[in-house]
Design a protein around this ligand. Structure first.
Ligand code: GTP
Ligand code: MG
Length: 357
């Protein structure tokens, strides 16, 4: 999964990127220019740790999320630079909107948070609108007779045009699977799930009080975004401490988990994702899939041959394994589930696929 980090200049995007990916990219009190950071974050999962302690595999593989961090987007940025920034986020499956609430006399920027979120919203709407207009114009001005497919495309694009002109996101349109597929080539930004990251100062984080709290919540809800509070700089500093100290400082902030753990939970929930696991002496591995996926499609994630030659899925529920203490005990208690192709996979399923090719 790939997630793009967006925000106005100097809101703490790169600090958040470093916190999530464990990298040390330069942050500064002056706007960075033209750089793009790409990094991988590991989605730690206690369930994987437990499975590893049972199987002692040669390799343990957690799920990962790739993050792309771009420089700040402000309305005054030249069109060419803006286009470049957007193209860096084109293949992201979701977007993080970093909104700065912390105040810092040394670091410029930090407009009213409502202005920040409205600006970002506006940028996405404008980009999508431009793409829709260009495509509509090209189709309508075509010298050739339009095919049935193209006429249908015009219909859908007109609907999109209406929606965007009303200041609404395309994610708000009730599009069918088929329509979404037709639009997939445009990689519209207002179709991407958005998670608003509210970057608070330590004091704001502790008191849960910050400017425009209600209004922000209202916009977040209206545009069906998810949100997460962080204390970027402080959490970044904590993440660099020794593990025991780290725990103490996190607890002091009333946090149970690290930034990436909290963010990945919000992402999984907002994007409708779950994890299933495969285990063995060679590898214990987490797989990220869409909620509602069938056993045979889940098999395809592991290997296309397993999907093709699928016979059955032998599923142990994670909770059953915890209760029984071993896969053998789960089996003896009759809790191992033998499922066919269409069974729906659930979060935490430990799956052994039987297949034959
Ligand atoms: N006080 C305070 N300062 C922060 C916080 N997060 C980031 N900063 C500071 O703000 C400045 C900018 O941080 P960056 O992470 O580089 O911000 P950015 O959004 O990536 O900036 P651009 O890429 O230039 O748009 C740095 O000096 C950071 O130390 C925070 O939570 N509190
Ligand atoms: Mg930056």
């Amino acid at each position: 999964m790939k997630i793009g980090i967006m925000g106005m200049p100097l809101v703490g995007k790169t600090t958040l990127f470093n916190l999530l990916t464990g990298q040390h990219k330069e942050t500064s009190a002056y706007s960075s220019k033209g750089t793009k950071n790409i990094g991988i974050a590991t989605v730690y999962d206690q369930r994987i740790d437990y499975l590893s302690s049972l199987y002692h595999p040669k390799k343990t593989t957690y799920a990962t999320i790739e993050f792309v961090d771009i420089v700040g987007i402000s309305p005054g940025l030249p069109a060419k630079e803006k286009a470049d920034l957007f193209s860096a986020l084109q293949d992201s499956e979701a977007l993080l909107f970093v909104i700065r609430l912390f105040e810092d006399p040394v670091v410029a920027g930090g407009e009213n948070p409502i202005v920040q979120i409205e600006n970002l919203k506006c940028e996405l709407l404008l980009r999508d609108l431009e793409v829709v207009e260009n495509r509509l114009e090209r189709l309508k001005n075509s010298k050739k007779k339009l095919t049935h497919e193209e006429l249908m495309e015009i219909d859908i694009l007109e609907k999109c045009y209406q929606k965007l002109s009303d200041d609404s996101f395309l994610s708000d349109l009730d599009l069918s699977e088929g329509e979404l597929k037709k639009l997939s080539g445009f990689s519209f930004y207002t179709l991407k799930p958005i998670i608003v990251v509210l970057n608070l100062s330590e004091e704001q984080f502790r008191s849960k009080l910050y400017p425009q709290k209600e209004k922000l919540a209202q916009i977040i809800q209206e545009y069906k975004m998810a949100s997460l509070d962080i204390c970027g700089k402080m959490e970044m500093e904590i993440s660099e401490l020794e593990p025991e100290e780290r725990q103490l400082f996190l607890e002091d902030l009333k946090l149970k988990e690290s930034g990436i753990a909290r963010l990945s939970q919000v992402c999984y929930q907002h994007l409708g994702l779950i994890s299933f696991f495969t285990v063995g002496e060679d590898e214990v591995k987490a797989w990220t899939v869409k909620k509602g996926i069938s056993a045979v499609k889940a098999a395809g994630k592991v290997h296309s041959d397993i999907e093709r030659g699928f016979i059955r899925a032998e599923i142990t529920k994670y909770q059953d394994l915890i209760l029984c203490g071993s896969a053998q005990a789960v089996k003896e208690k009759g809790l191992l589930k033998i499922e066919g192709k269409d069974a729906i996979i659930e979060d935490g399923d430990i799956i052994y696929f039987r297949f034959n090719i």
